[in-house]
Ligand binder design. Sequence first.
Ligand code: PBG
Length: 330
Amino acid sequence: MTESRTPHYESSHRLRRLRHKPGMRALVRETALTADDFIYPMFVCDGENQKVEISSMPGQHRFSLDLFEEEVGKLAESGVRSILLFGVPDHKDEKASSAFDEEGLVQKAIRISKEIAPQLVCVSDICLCEFTSHGHCGLIENGDVLNDESLELLANMAVSHARAGADLVAPSAMMDFQIEAIRNGLDSNGFREIPIMAYSAKFSSGFYGPFREAANSAPQFGDRKSYQMDPMNTREAMREIACDVEQGADIIMVKPALSYMDIVRKARDEFNLPVAVYNVSGEYAMIKAAAQNGWIDERSVALEMLGSFKRAGADIIISYYTPEVINWIK
Ligand code: PBG
């Protein structure tokens, strides 16, 4: 006869008790996504009546300004709270002249956005790569990306965006001292109140592939490894963030998101500024592609991914999924 076993199932360890009913699960859920968390990246291009789908990013488009105007109105109405603007101009040159042109594409888009939906937070990307003929994020001399010489252009670009009405500027060029240069530029032009969201820990990543198609910004020679970070480095990411904080960043960012959640957690634990993550184009494209093949359930995978960014410590999520998520979580 087998001896009856004394239960060693401790009553307090019955974790399933809180999982049986949806209402109970909701009550004890530790992390939640809200519309306030999201920033939606958008691409504007020259021309008229253009809404061109980006083939590697299904569901994402480049809009000419007339159609951008319509789209911004719809997005704001549907509950999107913030957008991040990228310009894809026809005209590019060595010096990225259209990047800081008061009548440039992004400057115009900012003005439209603020006119159509003043309550929508309008964030602008500050980087030269979409405006340079060589596709690098700074000026080039003898095949090298110049650091200090590029700073003034980045500062001018930020000032021109602020002048157009941008609520927040987001430098992504990964030039050393770019935050200081932009802060000084903004302050000396009367924009002390405009905050900076620094792409502080921006890694040199294969996950940016689809974006470069979207923004037509792939480097024409070489790569971005001399300015973007080596994906294998954690301590260096903390140094990058510390430098940006010292120079006056208001929000820090980790980019990409999915393969860098350890960095997000560490940033959250070591710094007291709001932490943003950029859920980049390749991360979006992977889910879209698998979903289109019927291999995964898009909604549950996307929500799981985005929720995990918050769980890792992110306060702000920049994602191409923004309009869809806001719809899903309504
Ligand atoms: C510009 C910039 C890039 C992204 C955002 N800003 C591309 C790059 O650095 O090559 C990538 C965004 C994405 O992949 O969704 N420097």
